[in-house]
Write a protein that binds this ligand. Structure first.
Ligand SMILES: NC(=O)c1ccc[n+]([C@@H]2O[C@H](COP(=O)([O-])OP(=O)(O)OC[C@H]3O[C@@H](n4cnc5c(N)ncnc54)[C@H](O)[C@@H]3O)[C@@H](O)[C@H]2O)c1
Length: 367
């Protein structure tokens, strides 16, 4: 039976990785997701819950029409360019889409009387915090000092949102994600970035033989095994944090920035071990130099998320993250890997029947 009693939520970027998982979670919780996406890096096939509006967040008129047509009172804003490396060579694009796009959305929100905004921010706003030892937790009160144009745009958006809240009576929560990973256990949606820059999908692709051997950037960090430590949050837990952020009681004008992570760091080598355990195959790899600006350790202090959102991770064990990601990548339904396999006719060959679950285990096909 269809539930729509909790109202329409505009989900910008809902055709992308985290947005699609959040749209599913919203629908499961009785909301009506309205996905607004220009599909520049997202997929129509990922929009399976709620309605789809093709549009660009820099187009204020299209936003106002979508908000008014659906009676939207809450917005979750994922739409963004996300590749840190590209932001260094094309800062113009990042300021245009991420910052001008967010300004356009905020104007539409103000004009249409939207009450709550949840914004995709990032641990990138912290940059490389000084004086922290490996495994120290990052709390929201730390100074923000991004080290990339991508991080700059996320911080600029946070500040702009906070100012709009104060001036126009909106209330907002900026969620600073650490490393999103994993996939919906159904196997219907998952991570399909192109290019892919995240460790877990790259390690899985290398292990399954459809990606390049993995490069471990730096094994001389001041950490227990010399590799970087990162905090991985299952995308299903991350989606749940957005739904929780819609319900947080905030006064009109209230703004909160909240970390979303587990409070536990895994080293790159521990992640590779987990991928090898799950696949039952080695992950071909080499060791490269450290990348400029890569902090040794980035681990969330998740206390504010627990206290404010009443949220804590339920499925973010490393093994579950890797298992769900491996199931998705071995049966990927959309994205470059699915297209490549479809073109080669390899979709007829079961690749990873041992990763069970999903509704079509072991056989990948393009949608
Ligand atoms: N993936 C992570 O680990 C991570 C970590 C921290 C923060 N984030 C943030 O989370 C959000 C979602 O990330 P993701 O990994 O799902 O990325 P994604 O690329 O899969 O999704 C982004 C979506 O936004 C859409 N989009 C881009 N520009 C648009 C525009 N101008 N108008 C309308 N739609 C547009 C894309 O088509 C895509 O569907 C981003 O804001 C990102 O910065 C992601």
């Amino acid at each position: 039976m269809e539930q729509a009693s909790r109202g329409a939520v505009l989900v910008t970027g809902g055709g992308g990785y985290i947005g699609a998982h959040t749209a599913k979670s919203l629908a499961e919780q009785g909301f009506r997701p309205i996905v607004f996406d220009n599909l520049s890096s997202g997929f129509r096939e990922a929009v399976r819950w709620g309605e789809f509006v093709h549009g660009d967040i820099r187009d204020g008129r299209a936003l106002r029409e979508a908000i008014e047509a659906h009676g939207v009172r809450q917005v979750i804003h994922f739409a963004s360019l996300i590749e840190v490396g590209r932001s260094v060579v094309r800062p113009d694009l990042f300021w245009d889409v991420n910052v001008r796009g967010t300004a356009s959305l905020l104007d539409a929100i103000r004009d249409c009387g939207v009450e709550r905004l949840v914004f995709s921010s990032s641990a990138a706003v912290y940059g490389q915090p000084e004086g922290l030892a490996a495994r120290d937790l990052l709390a929201e009160g730390l100074p923000t000092a991004p080290t990339s144009p991508y991080g700059d745009t996320k911080l600029a958006c946070e500040r702009m949102i906070e100012a709009y809240c104060r001036a126009f009576g909106l209330s907002a929560v900026a969620l600073r994600y650490f490393n999103a990973a994993g996939a919906d256990p159904s196997g219907l949606i998952g991570e399909a970035h192109d290019p892919e820059t995240h460790l877990i999908p790259l390690a899985i692709a290398a292990g399954l033989g459809f990606g390049k051997p993995l490069t471990v950037f730096g094994q001389d960090f001041p950490t227990p095994d010399g590799a970087c430590l990162r905090d991985y949050i299952h995308v299903v837990d991350l989606a749940a944090a957005h739904v929780a952020a819609l319900a947080v009681e905030l006064p009109a004008g209230g703004f909160e920035a909240v970390n979303v992570g587990t409070g536990h760091g895994w080293s790159v080598l521990e992640v590779i071990d987990a991928v090898e355990r799950t696949l039952g195959r080695p992950v071909p790899r080499s060791v490269g130099a450290r990348r400029p600006g890569d902090p040794p350790s980035l681990i969330a202090d998740p206390s504010r998320a627990r206290d404010l959102l009443g949220w804590s991770p339920a499925c973010s064990s490393l093994d579950q993250i890797v298992r769900d990601a491996a199931r998705w990548h071995s049966n990927q339904r959309y994205g470059r890997a699915a297209r490549a396999e479809s073109a080669s006719g390899a979709q007829d060959q079961p690749r990873m029947a041992e990763i069970e679950g999903g509704d079509r285990p072991g056989v990948r096909s393009a949608v």
